[in-house]
Design a protein around this ligand. Structure first.
Ligand code: FAD
Length: 448
C-alpha cells in the first residue's frame, strides 16, 4: 500500500499515477476539516490563485512539460483541457468544475482510498509520498524538518529574478570577480551615476505586490508591512531590494550594488555601482540577480530591472517573490527519484521539492507516484533523461551548484544546450525541443 499525503496538484497526480499502474493507494487530505490559510474549499486540486496552467503552445517549455505529463497518464492536464475557459495563449480553467472533476475521479478510483484527515506521521505502511505543498500544516512541517534537518527546510521563499544568459548584452555585461579573485563566475552590470539614479527612482516608485494576512501573522498593532519585513528577515535572512532603496538614494551603491574591486573593461575605471549576476546552474545558462529579492509586481520587475545596463533585452525566466512557502533544499536531501536520501521509502512531491506552480508541482507528483509504485513492485527507479522536460526540472532539483536554492518553474534555461551551439534563439530552441521529445519517448518506453 502506498500512502500519499496532500490532495493538491502533486498528491492527486501521485495517487492517480500509482493507482492507474495497479498499486493500492491511501490518499490523505486534511481539508475541509482543517483548512490552509489560502484554500477556500474541500475540493482536491484547488487552484488557490490564478486559473492558468501556462502556455498552450506545444513549442513552449510549459507545452512540452504538459505533453510529457499527458504521455505518462496525467489526471489534471486532460481535465484542465476539458474544463478550459478562454485564456488566449494560456490554458485557463474553470476552477470549480475542474477541481470537482478531479475530486470525483479520485473518489471513484477503485485503487484509491481517500481519507479526509490530517496525516499523522507513523500512519503508514509501505512507500510514503509527502505532497503537502507550500502551506504544509505546522505539525507535518516540524516532522519534515526533523527528517531533513531544520536548516534544509524553508518557510519563506525569497527569490531574486533570474534571466536567460543568452539574452544579456555582451557589449555591456562583463565577467569578473571582485579584485580578480575567484575566477569569472560572476557577471557584472556596470551603472554610471545617471543610470543608477534613474534605476533607484523607478525602483522605489514601482508598484509592490499586496501582502496576504497569513504571510505576516503576529502582533496586530504592528503595521502589516513591518510585520512582513520582520518575518522575511527572520526566516529568509534578507530585506527586499526596494525596502533597502527606500532608506536613501545611495543605499544600494554602498550595499547590494557596491562596485569595490571591479573594473569596467570598457572604461578601465570602477563603475559607479554594479549589479552582479550569479550562475544558477552548472551550464551557466541561467543567472540570478544577486541581492535583488523583491516584492514588486511582476510587470513592474521587468520594467525596472530592464533599466539595468546590459539587461535591456533580458528575458526573465523567473521573477522575484518573497512569500510564505514551505520547501526543502532538494540538492542536499533528495535523491534522483525524489526519495529522501537519509530516509528510504519516503518520497517528496510537488512544490515541496523546489519547483513552482500548479503544472510543475503536478509533474513532480506524477514522477513521485511512479517512483513509489516501482519501489512497491520491487522495480528499480528509472529517472527521466536529462533532455526531457521532466529531466530538466529534475536537473534543477539535483544541481549542487553553490547558490541560494529557490523554487523554479519550467523554462528554456533548464533544458540542456543543444550540441551545435548557435546564437539564433529559434534554431537553438527547436533543437532543444526535438531532443526533449526524442528523449521522452525513449523514457516512456522504458517505464512501460
Ligand atoms: C497564496 C498562493 C498563491 C499562489 N498562486 C499561484 C498561481 O497563481 N499560479 C501557480 O501556478 N501557482 C500558484 N501558487 C503555487 C501553487 O499553489 C502550487 O504550485 C501548487 O498548488 C502546489 O501543488 P502541491 O500539490 O505541491 O500543493 P497544494 O496544491 O497546496 O496541495 C497540498 C495539499 O496538502 C494538504 N495538506 C497540507 N498538510 C496536510 C496534512 N498534514 N495532512 C493532510 N493534508 C495536508 C493541503 O490541504 C493541500 O490540499 C500559489 C501558492 C500560494 C500559497
Amino acid at each position: 500500500m502506498i500512502t500519499v499525503v496532500g490532495g493538491g496538484f502533486a498528491g492527486v497526480e501521485a495517487a492517480w499515477g500509482a493507482a492507474e499502474r495497479g498499486s493500492k493507494v491511501r490518499l490523505y487530505e486534511m481539508r475541509p476539516q482543517r483548512m490552509t490559510p489560502a484554500h477556500k474549499t474541500g475540493l482536491l486540486a484547488e487552484l488557490v490563485c490564478s486559473n492558468s496552467f501556462k502556455s498552450k503552445a506545444p513549442t513552449s517549455p510549459a507545452g512540452q512539460l504538459k505533453a510529457e505529463m499527458v504521455g505518462l497518464g496525467s489526471l489534471v492536464i486532460p481535465l484542465g483541457e476539458e474544463h478550459s475557459v478562454p485564456g488566449g495563449e494560456a490554458l485557463c480553467v474553470d476552477r470549480d468544475r475542474f477541481a470537482s472533476a478531479v475530486t470525483e475521479r479520485i473518489d471513484q478510483h477503485p485503487n484509491i482510498d481517500l481519507v479526509r484527515e490530517e496525516f499523522r506521521p507513523g500512519d503508514h505502511d509501505g512507500p510514503l509520498v509527502v505532497a503537502t505543498g507550500p502551506l504544509t500544516s505546522p505539525d507535518l512541517s516540524a516532522w519534515l524538518a526533523s527528517l531533513t534537518g531544520r536548516e534544509h527546510l524553508y518557510f519563506y521563499d525569497a527569490v531574486s529574478p533570474v534571466v536567460d544568459a543568452s539574452t544579456l548584452d555582451p557589449s555591456i555585461v562583463f565577467a569578473q570577480s571582485r579584485y580578480d579573485k575567484g575566477g569569472d563566475d560572476y557577471l557584472n552590470c556596470p551603472f554610471d551615476k545617471d543610470k543608477y539614479e534613474a534605476f533607484v527612482h523607478a525602483l522605489v516608485t514601482a508598484e509592490r505586490a499586496p501582502i496576504h494576512d497569513f504571510e505576516a501573522e503576529g502582533d496586530q498593532s504592528v503595521p502589516l508591512e513591518d510585520r512582513l519585513l520582520a518575518k522575511i528577515n527572520y526566516f529568509a535572512g534578507c530585506t527586499p531590494i526596494e525596502a533597502i532603496a527606500d532608506k536613501g538614494a545611495r543605499s544600494l551603491a554602498f550595499g547590494n550594488f557596491k562596485p569595490v574591486g571591479l573594473t569596467d573593461p570598457r572604461t578601465g575605471r570602477r563603475p559607479y555601482a554594479a549589479l552582479q549576476l550569479r550562475p544558477e546552474n552548472r551550464e551557466k545558462s541561467l543567472y540570478s540577480l544577486v541581492a535583488c529579492q523583491t516584492r514588486l509586481k511582476w510587470g513592474e520587475q521587468k520594467r525596472v530591472f530592464r533599466m539595468v545596463p546590459g539587461l535591456a533585452q533580458a528575458e526573465f525566466v523567473r521573477l522575484g517573490v518573497i512569500h510564505r512557502n514551505t520547501y526543502i533544499e532538494a540538492p542536499r536531501v533528495l535523491g534522483q527519484n525524489l526519495e529522501l536520501r537519509q530516509h528510504p521509502g519516503i518520497y517528496v512531491a510537488g512544490q515541496l521539492t523546489g519547483v513552482e506552480g500548479y503544472v510543475e508541482s503536478a509533474a513532480m507528483g506524477i514522477y513521485a507516484g511512479i517512483m513509489a509504485h516501482r519501489a512497491d513492485r520491487g522495480l528499480p527507479p528509472e529517472p527521466p533523461p536529462r533532455a526531457s522536460a521532466f529531466g530538466s526540472l529534475l536537473a534543477h532539483l539535483q544541481d549542487a551548484t553553490p547558490r541560494d536554492f529557490a523554487p523554479m518553474n519550467i523554462n528554456w534555461g533548464l533544458f540542456p544546450e543543444p550540441s551545435e551551439t548557435t546564437r539564433d534563439k529559434g534554431v537553438r530552441r527547436a533543437a532543444q525541443l526535438e531532443a526533449a521529445r526524442k528523449a521522452f519517448d525513449g523514457w516512456r518506453a522504458r517505464l512501460g
